[in-house]
Design a protein around this ligand. Structure first.
Ligand code: NDP
Length: 386
């Protein structure tokens, strides 16, 4: 019998289950790159479209795991040595966590997790795990690659339009009962004709480029691996061999690269200084890609026209985190990859990974980040340990 320790965000404040706005979600069987959506062999323990990312939803895993005789602990209490997470960690064989409410698996915690064999990210982005320590400890790290890429891409496109068109302040003006059109439009522009650049053109970055192409923007990208000439031609892309060149050239910068040690604080005062005055920055990748106070300074001075995203460090962000109140921000809690549509896919993918693990069959290559003491699968393609 194994102990499975699952850390999820708390239930809705009004109670669980919520009243749903719709009766179901479309079925997605294949992603844009041809990868098939999660295909567990057993039944899902939930109806697609239900809220399963919170504690009471338990990713729909309870019936499957308990039928096999395993113990499932689900908690949102994850910080500090007295937390439920740390209390159960030494006995846990599998840890499941979501980037939205990450159970940080630091080197110190990994040293305590003597029985840990598998850490699953229910979603994408395993930077909340110290990957070097995980490799040394020889447990597997897997994530549900592709499960919420389109969810995040749609969100990024929404944030780009919201910032450039000044949507959030204009909505605030309508909601307070007045009609100050001049105040709404004094910072409102069309994106048409602007230059847009993504740093990272993997699954999410590519999906954003494809969605923005019809808006008449000039599209730029940088990535360690250049896209094919065919895709560059189809989308009329300008490739930059480094981020600095892209940052100097574009009006809107969008981040879609992973966080690993050498991308931490990629955007500091020096990088902001290279941006055009009046540029916008959108970040749905990871909060730590940006130096926290440098973005506040760039917005306050007027050099940066707007910043929007949903990723912070730490998560949950403290009540006095300056990104909550800095000027011209469009921040939300970390939500872009946890729509009800995304939850159905990453919960099914988590079940698929558990079925492989307990059934003794290989976990899909594209789900692997660390395996056998080294970067593997998607981890070997997109992450670095330094
Ligand atoms: P992919 O692995 O498909 O793409 C990441 C891309 O970034 C790859 O093409 C990779 O290059 C590129 N890259 C790596 N290092 C650099 C660098 N230094 N500069 C520029 N590009 C770089 O991942 P996804 O697109 O699926 O996800 C990207 C990130 O988005 C995740 O790591 C995660 O942090 C975040 N995310 C956020 C979510 C949210 O809810 N807000 C949900 C899902 C993901 P190559 O492989 O060519 O070497």
């Amino acid at each position: 019998m194994a102990k499975i320790l699952c850390v999820l965000y708390p239930d809705p404040q009004a109670g669980y289950p919520p009243t749903y706005a719709r009766d179901g979600i479309p079925t997605i069987v294949r992603y844009a790159n041809g990868q098939s959506a999660p295909m567990p062999s057993g039944p899902l323990g939930f109806k697609p479209g239900e809220l399963v990312g919170c504690v009471s939803g338990a990713l729909g895993l309870r019936a499957y795991l308990e039928k096999l005789g395993h113990e499932l602990i689900v908690t949102s209490d994850k910080e500090g040595p007295d937390s439920t997470f740390e209390q159960h960690l030494p006995e846990a064989e599998v840890v499941i966590s979501q980037p939205f409410w990450p159970a940080y698996l630091t080197a110190e915690r990994i040293a305590k997790a003597r029985r840990l064999k598998l850490a699953i990210t229910a979603g994408i982005g395993s930077d909340h795990v110290d990957l070097e320590a995980a490799a040394r400890a020889h447990f597997t790290v897997a994530e549900v690659t592709g499960s919420n890429s389109v969810s995040v891409a749609e969100h990024a496109v929404m944030l780009i339009l919201a910032l450039v068109r000044n949507y959030l302040p204009a909505h605030g003006i309508a909601a307070c009962g007045v009609w100050n059109i001049a105040d709404c439009v004094a910072r409102s522009y069309d994106v048409e004709g602007m230059h847009f650049g993504t740093i990272g053109a993997g699954r999410i970055g590519m999906a954003v480029l494809r969605r923005l192409a019809p808006f008449g923007l000039h599209l730029h990208y940088t990535d360690p691996h250049r896209l094919s000439a065919q895709i560059e031609k189809e989308l009329n892309l300008t490739f930059h061999s480094d981020a600095e060149s892209l940052v100097r050239s574009v009006d809107i910068i969008d981040l879609h690269m992973p966080l690993y040690p050498s991308t931490e604080h990629f955007f500091d005062d020096a990088m902001f200084a290279k941006m055009k005055r009046g540029a916008y920055l959108v970040n749905t990748a990871r909060g730590k890609l940006i130096e926290r106070d440098a973005v506040v300074r760039a917005l306050t001075s007027g050099h940066l026209a707007g910043y929007a995203g949903d990723v912070w460090f730490p998560q949950p962000a403290p009540a006095d985190h300056p990104w909550r109140t800095m000027p011209f921000n469009g921040m939300t809690p970390h939500i872009s990859g946890s729509t009800l549509s995304a939850q159905a896919r990453y919960a099914a993918g988590t079940l698929e990974i558990l079925e492989s693990y307990f059934g003794g069959t290989p976990i899909r290559e594209e789900y692997l980040i660390i395996d056998g003491g080294r970067l593997a699968g998607t981890g070997a393609e997109s992450y670095k340990l330094t």
